[in-house]
Write a protein that binds this ligand. Sequence first.
Ligand code: INI
Length: 153
Amino acid sequence: MKKIEAQMCGKDLRFVLLSSRFNDFIVERLVSGAVDYLVRHGVDEKNITQVVVPGAFEMPVVAKKLAGKTDYDGIICLGAIIRGGTPHFDFVASECVKGLASVSLDAGIPVGLGILTCDNLEQAIERAGTKGGNKGVEAASAVLETVQVLKQL
Ligand code: INI
């Protein structure tokens, strides 16, 4: 049997972290988790670029522009969408996730979904480096792995 799987090594790879300013005290924890993960897996810090947008809704259009460049091997999206008292949450979350999925498929570049969609602040804190882990780390790991798998195909 032939099995293709990734070596989890980021040497010579270039990543862009696309983060949102909305809920930035949560998002900063996702960003630092992602950077720490990448550097510990061999990515040179100068090969990591951070691009900041206002909110999760603005991520797809910027991700599309980044995906059209040849400067990056993968895009790691980091944000936090937290439910409020209106349906706004549902629209932002749905458009953001749909948009990012289509950027990834259209451009053929891995896009990591490190975007929390939580009912409340407590759930977000849990997933930003406390008892629920750090979704920024998970997104960075998933993008690194996918980049390395694509390279072998
Ligand atoms: N953007 C987020 O990134 N997270 C949120 O929780 C959020 N909520 O709940 O409103 C949010 N809204 C802003 C949105 O992404 C746009 O920036 C805004 O609508 C302007 O286009």
